[in-house]
Ligand binder design. Structure first.
Ligand code: EPZ
Length: 417
């Protein structure tokens, strides 16, 4: 694991362009298994989670080549049905392959997924939904064995609008016989991007972005070309970098309405923010006003994936804020690291109480997960003095060229491998 050394207290300026969305690319890559033709995925970021997903596709028999930000995937011989532990445990989203492998081959064997330390990462909703589509599923010795001669459409009610479970059902149902209705479906923009790719492959998916998605199964799908939507979480993270350092920056290549909940809070905190068609300009004051309360919610509510980053912004705001994490059980592991930098954060159940302090101080801290790593960078940018962040490799799961882009904006960051 490598480290980052950040000299804080510098203002940022300039513009940054945001890469394709990690959380859209991963299910779209799984969707390429639903055809034996060639698919082309553009605006595909070069992230460790994407590289791990490509490893899984290749292990299953696919041929994948990359030219810049474009991937070409040939799944003609991708008839593998088993994903080994070594690949499954590298990231949570590997579970998304279950539906696609099952739909293509009639059977799938995977181990319980790995992922960030965000608390228990159950997949009960995935399993229940696939069973309702006719799969028989056995779990033993840490493996999940699924089989189904032919999946059959059904009405699937998700007791929680799980992003991954919604995606798994969309993938499996696309080759099932008959119609599937997903009720209480996740509404994240990444779901819409997956639906767009599936329909371009010849699937029949409607209602993506609403809480009811209908899929009429097809016998086969063809390859297609798709350009991945921009990463709204990365966009919001750059805005947090500006907010925490009293900076003015332009964030390009994004869809502003997809981060409206985060933008609205930053405006309430005193930032001047102008949204254009594909960009957001932010000018932050030296001292921010603490919002009383922030609660993470499923889309279009405040995204859990920017909760960690906002904690670092709140740490120096004037006043006290309560931020409540309603999506994951434990997504506050980095608060103890922020407190080492002088923050005043106390945890109470699913909430963190942040009493703003006049300054943060550089310290030696450690990252524990992807967004926690980004959060520590944001705190280090605004801190007095030098911060060393250990285990920064987590950042590579979801941010491409983050250090280079921040240095181009005026930051002073070094990476020690
Ligand atoms: C996706 O994870 C994202 N990952 C996460 O982003 C994101 O935080 C999350 O959706 C919520 O928006 C990818 O898309 C690769 P969920 P996912 O299923 O699908 C519980 C990041 O930082 N749950 O919506 O795993 C679960 O434990 C990552 O980019 C069950 O109980 O999220 C969690 O508490 C982190 N049973 C909640 O639902 C299940 O079967 C939300 O999970 C599935 C989920």
């Amino acid at each position: 694991m490598s480290s980052m050394i950040i000299s804080g207290g510098r203002r940022l300026s300039g513009s940054v362009c945001v890469h394709g969305a990690k959380n859209a690319v991963l299910p779209i890559l799984a969707a390429t298994l639903l055809t034996k033709n060639i698919s082309v995925i553009k605006n595909c970021p070069n992230l460790s989670d994407v590289r791990h997903t490509i490893e899984i596709l290749e292990f299953l028999g696919a041929k994948v080549s990359r030219k810049g930000d474009t991937l070409t995937i040939d799944t003609q011989n991708a008839d593998g049905t088993h994903i080994p532990d070594s690949l499954m445990l590298k990231m949570r989203s590997s579970v998304i392959f279950m539906g696609a492998i099952l739909a293509r081959n009639g059977c799938a064997k995977i181990s319980a997924p790995g992922g960030c330390e965000l608390g228990p990462r159950p997949i009960d909703l995935h399993i229940k939904a696939l069973k309702e589509l006719g799969a028989s599923i056995k779990e033993k010795h840490g493996y999940i064995m699924c089989s189904a001669k032919k999946l059959t459409g059904n009405t699937i009610y998700l007791k929680f609008p799980s992003v991954g479970a919604t995606e798994n059902v969309m993938l499996a149902a696309s080759l099932a016989s008959g119609e599937t209705i997903i009720s209480n479906a996740a509404k994240e923009p990444e779901i819409c991007d997956l639906a767009e790719f599936l329909n371009a492959m010849g699937a029949n998916v409607s209602g993506a972005g609403s809480s009811e998605i209908r899929i009429i199964g097809k016998n086969e799908l063809s390859g297609s070309t798709h350009s991945v939507l921009p990463d709204r979480i990365v966009a919001a993270t750059y805005l947090c970098c500006a907010a925490s350092t009293g900076s003015e920056i332009l964030v390009n290549g994004i869809i502003p309405e997809q981060i409206s909940s985060a933008v609205s809070i930053l405006r309430d905190m005193g930032c001047d923010i102008k949204a254009e068609k594909n960009s957001v300009y932010i000018s932050a004051p030296k001292v921010l006003i603490a919002p009383e309360e922030i609660k993470t919610m499923p889309y279009p509510g405040f995204p859990t994936d920017v909760q960690s980053q906002f904690l670092s912004v709140l740490a120096k705001a004037k006043g006290t804020s309560i931020i409540t994490e309603n999506i994951f059980e434990s997504r506050f592991r980095h608060t103890e690291e922020l407190n080492k930098m002088g923050a005043n954060i106390t945890l109470a159940g699913r909430s963190a109480i942040v009493k703003g302090v006049p300054a943060l101080w550089g310290a030696k801290v450690s990252a524990h997960d992807l967004r926690g790593a980004a959060s520590l960078i944001i705190a280090a940018l605004s801190a007095e003095g030098e911060t060393e962040i250990k285990n920064i490799d987590y950042l590579d799961r979801g941010y491409e060229d983050f250090m280079e882009n921040l240095n181009n904006l005026g930051a002073c960051i070094k990476r020690i491998y």
